[in-house]
Unconditional design. Structure first.
Lengths: 347, 613
């Protein structure tokens, strides 16, 4: 690997890699696609957090969104799987090697329609996985059909009106047991970066719904997921500051206006409040916020819910510390005495 | 069809004939009545007497209330397939009793619940009326338990009528109830009361009885699903994902029991395995593929409807070349079909599982021993060939109780296939490509995440040799041709067929069979030879793709009967698809698809009917 001798002058992260180690192949998505901005933030977040790309698994389903793992973290193993079924593949991969850090990229159709079943059960299991929905409310690769997150009454280019209410994937994820739930906007560099860094530090399912306008099919006046609509209706929960455990910076936040959350790995998440009584560890408050903002036609963005110490699926299954995939034969094939014992019981 | 027993007055039967260690018993009861313990005690007692025995549960898709039949066959020659004729009926189910009795051949025996008054139905059978309610009331004070305990009374009756030592039944009961002294005492009381009643009131008038033999010494009794579960554990499986479905569920459930007992890490007390009950079969296979992609040994177990749901992932696994082991415990389907009835009906679907150009490898176990051994073999082959290996069992093999020689401990280390390690990375260097065939066998070297080996991006069929996305026609064709080459490599690695009777130069007729049909075919060959002088050779397929032995066999015989348990001659279709066209006219079908396990008599009759006279 060329990373051992990085070219001089480039900024290196704490494990000595420059940002090129976090880049991927050239994107084939439309120019200006929100998904590309998300890809950029993923690259930044993994670089700034100093994550070893060799320890990362990239997974996706099918759709425009699901192409994007090819556009970041080239040194990581990636798996572009089946439409709506990335959660199961990610689950198997993490069970096989729980020491990895997994990031799965899905879309609103991939998650909310064909993949809703697997999404539901992924959230229930709280698998250690960063699950990103690149949410543009429509199907891009098949040319602009509505997805289940398209808002009620929004109009497609061909004039068809969406007559069904949207699924709120954040509310669903909170309800089902995901231990970190966030919503952000592909155009909000700062917030999205903080959310992603928090997710990297978190152990458990981090479900991040990123509104990402489709410049080709859904960035017009009738759309509630256009740039202009989201810019006007984004209601940030407050400024997020994420301090990784390795950056021992003393941050002064005024008591009363800030909530500090201690992450599993020792990092700290600071939320500067907009709403005075908002507590991101309160499930009911989180659901109320989502419903209230939705009623006003707004998007609450930021870290909506977090439960840093919840058992993840690896804990639940009580797995050995070594990756199951790499256990030697003497750990996985019981001795002859065991077979003899079973045979005796069947005589 | 003529009965081997003459139609005579029942009273004379015992004097005229004595049928020792060669008959079938059918217990007709109601699902959920708790008869399974009594039936297994009966089966095991015969086994303990050294008499070859098999047991088949013919049950409905229902928790309680519908008719169910348990058939036990004792046979001194070792025949263990289902016997078509019932010799000894235990009629406990009022709903089916009439039909059960009317379907018997003359001269057979019936133990029945006295109030059913079955003896009025026919005069050519031996009837033994038993007042079950009266007997059970005397030995079981708790009225709630009587329905269960009643079953042990027919065991006691049969012990007397068939000459089974009550001591054997006590031992067998002990194995069922283990350390439950109260239950043991209650059931033994019922057994003894049944035997006593028979001794005092039922004069032996039928010809059937058991005598001790030494044909089961050292053997085990087990079902195919448990055997496969053992195979998976000793194969070193680490990730299991499954969804409940009859008749597959008992495989992962038995595996859970074994793994919890034998696969917890001794130092930490933690699990060296993950077993997940998935939300459906799609997720089950998805989890398996994620796990094997990341380097684990992973499996799932299902039946036809699950196979249907797995189709898309199966295609992805084929093209992305991710290993997996999938058990298909075949049954009749789909959905509200006959989920508790056996079948070999998934062969064509699985051979070509998924859309587009896909070809899969199937292993075809015929015995519980092969369920065990082929499970281990499947994991080695899956990792060696980087593809799905399907183990095609069925309900008869998977859920019924079979005798077997004890299983042997694996003598080969696990074959993890072509996985890049540091040495291989150095050797291949920059020339490594995930889908590059450097060894000429169509199998490329794969790398595992988290091992430091170079990464690649996994996707479906649109990739070139270095795993980059491509839609170029030449790349696509090259990849497909390599996959075909890999399939030819599989042909050299799968279990070879087993041929019997090849040295019989007079035989002009060949039989091809596989899976659970094997036992009925063996018996049918004896029937054909002994009753009709028809000599046959027999090739038992053990895998798909076919190996060269199959064409050699077909070339050697004038007529080849392909025996299978489906309507559409699926195995014959595969033989026609892959075999030499000029021999197609030699292939004929013997088909059995009524949901009951295949029997020898049906095969014999069908072959004789098709043979030129």
């Amino acid at each position: 690997m060329s990373t051992e001798t990085p070219s001089t002058g480039k900024r290196l992260n704490r494990i000595g890699l420059d940002v090129s180690s976090y880049r991927g192949s050239k994107t084939t998505l439309c120019a200006g696609c929100g998904h590309n901005a998300i890809t950029e933030r993923i690259i930044d977040a993994f670089f700034e957090m100093g994550v070893d790309p060799k320890r990362v698994l990239k997974l996706s389903g099918i759709g425009c969104s699901s192409k994007s793992p090819a556009y970041f973290l080239n040194p990581s193993h990636g798996f572009n799987s089946v439409h709506g079924r990335m959660p199961s593949v990610a689950t198997g991969a993490m069970l096989a090697n729980s020491g990895m850090l997994a990031i799965g990229v899905s879309g609103d159709g991939d998650t909310g329609a064909i993949g809703i079943g697997q999404f539901v059960h992924l959230m229930r299991r709280n698998l250690p996985l960063i699950y990103i929905i690149e949410d543009n409310g429509c199907y891009g690769l098949t040319k602009g059909q509505f997805s289940p997150t398209a808002d009620l009454g929004s109009k497609a280019k061909n004039g068809v009106v969406n007559e069904l209410p949207a699924i709120d994937t954040c509310a669903l994820a909170i309800e089902l047991g995901a231990s970190l739930v966030a919503r952000s906007f592909s155009g909000d560099k700062k917030q999205l970066l903080s959310v992603l860094k928090t997710a990297i530090a978190h152990r458990g399912t981090s479900m991040i719904d990123v509104i990402s306008p489709c410049v080709t099919f859904n960035d017009h006046d009738g759309s509630t997921k256009s740039y202009s609509y989201v810019k006007d209706h984004d209601e940030p929960l407050g400024e997020i500051s994420f301090i990784p455990y390795f950056e021992n910076i003393e941050v002064e936040y005024e008591p009363g206006s800030t909530t500090a959350v201690q992450m599993h790995d020792g990092s700290k998440l600071y939320l500067r409040k907009v709403a005075e009584d908002y507590n991101p560890s309160d499930k009911i408050a989180a659901l109320r916020l989502l419903h209230e903002t939705a009623r006003r036609g707004e998007f609450a963005t930021g870290i909506i819910y977090i439960e840093p110490d919840k058992d993840d699926f690896i804990d639940t299954l009580n797995l050995v510390d070594e990756p199951l995939a790499l256990l030697p034969q003497d750990k996985v094939r019981p001795g002859k005495a065991v077979l003899d014992e079973i045979m005796e019981s069947l005589r | 069809m003529t009965s081997p027993l003459p139609s005579v007055e029942p009273a004379e039967t015992a004097e005229r004939l004595d049928v020792v260690n060669d008959f079938s018993i059918q217990v007709a009861t109601v699902n959920g009545s708790g008869s399974q313990t009594a039936n297994l005690v009966l089966l095991r007692s015969i086994f303990q007497m050294g008499v070859p025995v098999s047991g088949k549960n013919l049950f409905p898709s229902n928790i309680a209330g519908l008719p169910t039949w348990y058939t036990i066959r004792a046979n001194h020659r070792g025949y263990v397939s289902r016997k078509k004729e019932i010799d000894f009926l235990v009629a406990m189910n009022a709903e089916t009793a009439r039909e059960d009795v009317l379907s018997l051949e003359p001269g057979r025996a019936v133990v029945y619940d006295e109030p059913l008054k079955l003896d009025a139905l026919r005069s050519d059978l031996v009837f033994y009326p038993v007042p079950f309610d009266k007997i059970v009331a005397a030995v079981c004070p708790d009225a709630k338990l009587r329905r269960l305990v009643k079953n042990m009374i027919y065991d006691g009756i049969l012990a007397h009528l068939l000459s089974i030592d009550l001591k054997e039944m006590e031992i067998a009961l002990g194995r069922q109830l283990g350390k439950k002294p109260k239950a043991m005492q209650l059931n033994m009381g019922a057994l003894e009361a049944g035997a006593k009643h028979a001794a005092e009131h039922l004069g032996k008038r039928d010809p059937y009885r058991l005598e001790r033999m030494d044909q089961t010494t050292g053997q085990i009794l087990v079902d195919g699903n448990a055997a496969a579960a053992m195979g998976c554990m000793f194969a070193g499986v680490t990730v299991v994902a499954w969804y409940p479905i009859t008749p597959s569920s008992s495989l992962p459930e038995t595996l859970i029991d074994y793994m919890r007992k034998y696969r917890m890490d001794k130092e930490t007390g933690k699990a060296t395995f993950a077993i997940v009950q998935a939300e459906d079969e799609i997720a089950a296979l998805g989890m398996v593929l994620g796990a094997t992609w990341a380097g684990a040994r992973a499996m799932t177990s299902t039946s036809g409807p699950g196979i249907s749901l797995m189709s898309e992932f199966a295609g992805l696994a084929y093209y992305s070349e991710v290993p997996a082991v999938v058990f298909d415990i075949q049954r009749i389907g789909p959905s509200t079909g006959l989920p508790t009835r056996t079948s070999q009906g998934d062969l064509l679907f699985v051979a070509l599982h998924s859309h587009g150009d896909t070809r899969h490898v199937m292993l075809l176990p015929a015995s519980v021993q092969e369920c065990y051994e082929m499970s281990m073999e499947a994991f080695d082959l899956a990792e060696r060939l980087q593809t799905i290996i399907y183990v095609m069992s069925d309900l008869d093999l998977g859920m019924n109780t079979w005798m077997s020689e004890p299983f042997t401990y694996p003598d080969k280390p696990m074959d993890r296939g072509k996985v890049l390690d540091e040495a291989k990375v150095r050797e291949l260097g920059a020339s490594w490509g995930r889908y590059k065939d450097v060894d000429g066998d169509g199998i490329a070297w794969r790398s595992l995440p988290g091992t430091g080996a170079p990464a690649y991006f996994t996707r479906g069929s649109g990739h070139n040799e270095v795993a980059q996305y491509t839609e170029r026609p030449d790349d696509y064709v090259r990849n497909l041709d390599r996959l075909a080459r890999k399939y030819d490599t599989a042909r050299t690695m799968v279990p070879r067929p087993i041929v019997q009777g090849a040295d019989d130069t007079d035989a002009r007729v060949g039989i091809i069979g596989f899976g659970s049909s094997h036992w009925a075919i063996e018996e049918a060959r004896d029937q054909l030879r002994e009753e009709s002088g028809l000599r046959t050779a027999y090739l038992r397929l053990r895998a798909y793709p076919f190996t060269p032995e199959v064409d050699d066999f077909i070339r050697r015989y004038d007529r080849i009967y392909v025996v299978e348990q489906n309507r559409d001659a699926q195995m014959l279709s595969l033989l026609l698809m892959d075999g030499e066209a000029q021999f197609a006219a030699r292939l004929r079908s013997v088909l059995h698809y009524n949901g009951l396990p295949i029997d020898a008599r049906s095969i014999t009759d069908e072959i004789l009917q098709q043979e030129p006279s």
